[in-house]
Design a binder for this molecule. Structure first.
Ligand SMILES: Cc1cc2nc3c(=O)[nH]c(=O)nc-3n(C[C@H](O)[C@H](O)[C@H](O)COP(=O)(O)OP(=O)(O)OC[C@H]3O[C@@H](n4cnc5c(N)ncnc54)[C@H](O)[C@@H]3O)c2cc1C
Length: 377
């Protein structure tokens, strides 16, 4: 089968590209490895920035739908000391430039905006090969193959498409997030709910460790416990024994307020390890006819609140470039990549800065970063 524009990956980047192409009347097929939109909960809150994510949604003609899923009040930000003293408390007065949404709801409005047969679920890419003259053949684990004259890798951190453009592979950055959830927190975990507040909470400590938490819908508190440790440190812990594992993680926060360590020890589901990987800063490649990358596939970086926003922005920019150059996808891909490389490098650098804030007085550095942002937004 031949599909003219082929996107691999129905994450936020791939779906934004598909939607912008659809808005411009360009047919597209998205091949996604997972079997349906519902197979994995798309946990997490994303703040969608007025300088990238919101611009992408406007290009996708989905601003009204986006406004409909904003979690009002959730832009509140609190920074706590390890003893839970409030060091910084910014309320959400509705004027902030980074409204919060549930990732799953954002993905769903993109899916709902596409013709039903746009996404081919259950198509996990196992191989891609160049056929010459900008054409590629994509093979899937289910035995299907397609050929395409324009292939876009929107397949995330472990992209299979990337190998055709670059030898780079993601490397562990020396930090793992331990993800935990408290459900019905206002009734079942009251002290912790009060400490976290109405939106996001960060309790950083020198050396890079810390606890972050966010309010999701329905009283759920979703936390990331950040630990700068090598892989081996985590493999030595038996995570099948939840109680022992959470006690071991909490021991790293010995002396911290119990309402904060409860985010680790009182989790309502077993903790999930999220080792953090990144591509080399400034990752780029020479132009290869008929193929490009967007989002994490192109510029995976340690989490800094930009990744999903940048993936959507990449998708929108590539979609607009393709629409502006009908019949000349090479010019569109060149324009897109020349703008994307420096944008991605800048995004990754701001991430590195954020993580370096952790060195001496991370709480004070974070407060200054938030205060500066409040003045400019
Ligand atoms: C712990 C953590 C917290 C984060 N918090 C934030 C945040 O607050 N704000 C923010 O903006 N960003 C955040 N990010 C970053 C953000 O999650 C990513 O940058 C973003 O999801 C990238 O989108 P994407 O579309 O490029 O890739 P993905 O979201 O990874 O989507 C890739 C898609 O491709 C599919 N796929 C993968 N391989 C194949 C294959 N072989 N065949 C077919 N399909 C395939 C996947 O199933 C998936 O659907 C966070 C990341 C982490 C790890």
């Amino acid at each position: 089968m031949h599909t003219p524009v082929t996107i691999i990956g129905a994450g936020l980047g791939g779906l934004t590209l598909a939607r912008v192409l659809h808005v411009h009347g360009i047919p597209v097929t998205v091949y996604e490895g997972e079997s349906s939109a519902a197979v994995r909960t798309q946990g997490g809150i994303l703040d969608i920035h007025d300088y990238n994510g919101q611009i992408a949604l406007a290009a996708a003609a989905l601003t009204d739908e986006f406004r409909g899923i904003i979690l009002h009040g959730h832009q509140a930000m609190r920074i706590l000391a390890p003893d839970a003293t409030v060091l910084f408390d910014q309320l959400d007065d509705g004027t902030g430039a980074r409204p919060e949404v549930q990732r799953g709801e954002l993905r769903q409005i993109l899916l709902d905006s596409l013709p039903v047969d746009t996404v081919e679920w259950g198509h996990k890419v196992t191989g891609v090969r160049a056929l010459g003259e900008g054409c590629h053949e994509v093979s899937f684990a289910n035995g299907n193959t397609v050929t395409t004259s324009l292939l876009v890798g929107a397949d995330g951190a472990w992209s299979r498409v990337r190998a055709l453009l670059s030898p780079a592979t993601p490397k562990y950055v020396g930090m793992t997030y331990v993800e935990t959830y408290l459900f019905d927190a206002d009734t079942r975990h009251r002290a912790t709910a009060q400490a976290v507040g109405a939106g996001s909470m960060a309790a950083p400590a020198p050396g890079g460790k810390g606890i972050q938490a966010q309010r999701e819908k329905g009283g759920t508190i979703h936390s990331y416990v950040v630990l700068p440790k090598p892989h081996d440190w985590f493999t030595a812990i038996d995570f099948t024994d939840t109680a022992a594992a959470t006690t071991r993680i909490a021991a790293e926060f010995d002396g911290w307020a119990p309402e904060l360590t409860a985010l680790i020890t009182d989790g309502d589901i077993p903790p999930v390890l999220r080792p953090i990987y990144a591509l080399p800063g400034g990752h780029r490649w020479d132009r290869v006819p008929g193929i490009t990358l967007i989002g994490d596939a192109a510029h995976l970086a340690a989490p800094n609140g930009e990744g999903a926003n940048l993936a959507m922005y990449d998708g929108a920019e590539l979609g607009k470039a393709l629409a502006a150059h009908p019949g000349d996808s090479e010019t569109a891909l060149t324009e897109y990549e020349q703008a994307m490389f420096p944008r991605a490098a800048e995004g990754a650098a701001s991430g590195a800065e954020l993580h370096e804030l952790s060195e001496d007085d991370p709480a004070e550095a974070l407060i200054q970063a938030f205060s500066a942002h409040r003045q400019t937004s």
